[in-house]
Ligand binder design. Structure first.
Ligand code: 5GP
Ligand code: ZN
Length: 115
């Protein structure tokens, strides 16, 4: 399924729910997180609906690589000398929205390691 009509992030992709867009191309959208955990907090998503990392297939490998390139681009555009990317997966991984997304966090000192 390339779009899930009940998915919040699919609605954002479709423009049915507003967001602050930071980057967009044919396959990727990046927008500010509504509840930022750092001075800069973006969500980078594929435009197609994939619920979790576990739904990725080999055909998605290029798109996943390009998500990282968009993270690098946004970090440069927003003058982030260092940053963190996170993909929460499934309830045990802290995932709340079931449309794959990469968090890009920066603008404050991150603690070393992961607590
Ligand atoms: P998860 O816990 O699934 O990795 O992260 C979901 C993220 O989506 C959270 O950081 C949350 O603040 C963000 N979020 C939830 N609803 C909305 C929304 O309607 N708009 C935006 N921009 N972010 C949202
Ligand atoms: Zn979706």
């Amino acid at each position: 399924m390339s779009v899930d009509p009940d998915c919040l992030f699919c609605k954002i992709v479709a423009g049915e729910i507003p967001c602050e867009r930071l980057y967009e191309d044919d396959e990727i959208l990046a927008f500010r997180d509504i509840n930022p955990q750092a001075p800069f907090h973006a969500l980078l998503i594929p435009k197609i609906h994939l619920a979790t990392l576990n739904d990725l297939e080999p055909e998605h490998a290029g798109m996943v690589g390009r998500l990282f390139l968009v993270a690098r681009l946004l970090a440069k555009e927003h003058d982030l000398p260092g940053y963190r990317v996170v993909i929460n997966t499934n309830p045990e991984g802290g995932q709340v929205i079931y449309h794959v997304h990469m968090h890009l966090l920066g603008g404050r000192q991150m603690k070393a390691g992961l607590g």
